[in-house]
Design a protein around this ligand. Structure first.
Ligand code: C2E
Ligand code: MG
Ligand code: MG
Ligand code: MG
Length: 284
């Protein structure tokens, strides 16, 4: 490999790198059977309305209970699944699970208004020709109203996408499904693209709120978030903030007019029934 880069350069062998490569390779090969054997599971992180602290729904986050390595987080296998295309059946499975879970919540009516379910979409799924049909099928199978579903796509998946590439997303949005721009602010976002992207929710990355852990908050950070919220609201977008870890952050974000929040302060991702026990009092 060092040779491929040409010249007289050589690299010192890194035994850990080999071990990592083998593990990666192994995991990649195991993805298809893991899905067949039911080794994946979905956890749910509550989504909170900042105004009154109500639980509005949850984001579905996939995990892999690996027979040897234990529980693996998405960062450890989603990139692998994307590189082989396995993300397509895996992502479809997560969508089915999450939509069915939302259906069950609706049947329980655990907090009045129908809880929303957010599901992450990989760019690979976005460019797959069956995506729209799959979303339609899942909505029909689960009898979930489209407005209870929100699909999260990252900025980087949409940056540079032309009108053709956006067509499936537009059709999904036309069904009444919400589309969220995930990890907003971590990529090279063109703020003016918000005008024409079929997006109705901005999810602010948690890097924006680090300086809000204390009173007084970092004034520049406050101004930046204030500006984003004002722009988003002008464009009729809802603002969700990720990674809220302290009460102080929650207070600042509420004062800045952010609409919804997610983070360890309210609850980590966990089994579906943890949402049943979250009450208004817990969340505020
Ligand atoms: P994301 O969509 O931005 O999800 C939020 C991540 O932040 C989750 O990590 C969540 O556990 C973590 N988080 C939530 N609250 C806090 C907090 O207060 N503090 C901190 N430090 N972290 C917090 P997780 O579960 O490891 O997921 C990582 C990423 O993997 C997700 O980022 C998402 O992009 C991706 N992902 C998860 N599930 C799926 C899936 O089903 N399909 C696809 N394509 N991607 C997924
Ligand atoms: Mg997300
Ligand atoms: Mg995110
Ligand atoms: Mg993030």
């Amino acid at each position: 490999r060092a040779k491929e880069r040409g010249g007289n350069r050589y690299e010192v062998a890194d035994p850990d790198a080999d071990a990592r490569a083998i593990t990666r390779h192994g995991l990649t090969n195991q993805l298809p059977s893991a899905l067949r054997h039911g080794e994946f599971f979905v956890e749910y992180q509550p989504l909170i309305g900042l105004e009154d602290g109500a639980v509005l729904g949850a984001e579905a986050l996939v995990r892999w209970l690996h027979p040897v390595h234990g529980v693996l987080g998405p960062d450890q296998f989603i990139p692998l699944a994307e590189s082989t295309g396995q993300i397509v059946p895996l992502g479809r499975w997560v969508l089915q699970q999450a939509a069915q879970q939302a259906r069950d919540w609706h049947d329980l009516q655990f907090t009045g208004p129908a809880p929303r379910i957010n599901v992450n979409l990989s760019p690979v799924q976005l460019s797959h020709p069956d995506l729209v049909a799959e979303v339609v099928a899942v909505l029909e199978e689960t009898r979930l109203q489209p407005s209870a579903l929100c699909l999260e796509v990252t900025e980087s998946a949409l940056i540079g996408a032309d009108e053709d590439a956006l067509k499936p997303l537009r059709r999904i949005a036309d069904l009444g499904v919400a589309i969220a721009l995930d990890d907003f602010g971590t990529g090279y976002s063109n703020l003016s693209s918000l005008r024409w992207l079929p997006v109705s929710v901005l999810k602010l990355d948690r890097s924006f709120t680090r300086g809000m852990r204390q009173h007084p908050a970092d004034p520049v950070e406050m101004k930046i978030v204030e500006g984003i919220v004002s722009l988003a609201h002008t464009l009729n977008l809802t603002v969700t903030v990720e990674g809220v870890e302290t009460r102080t952050q929650a207070e600042h974000l509420r004062a800045l007019g952010c609409d919804t929040a997610q983070g360890w302060y309210y609850g980590k991702a966990g089994p579906a029934d943890q949402l049943h026990t979250l009450t208004l009092a817990d969340a505020s």
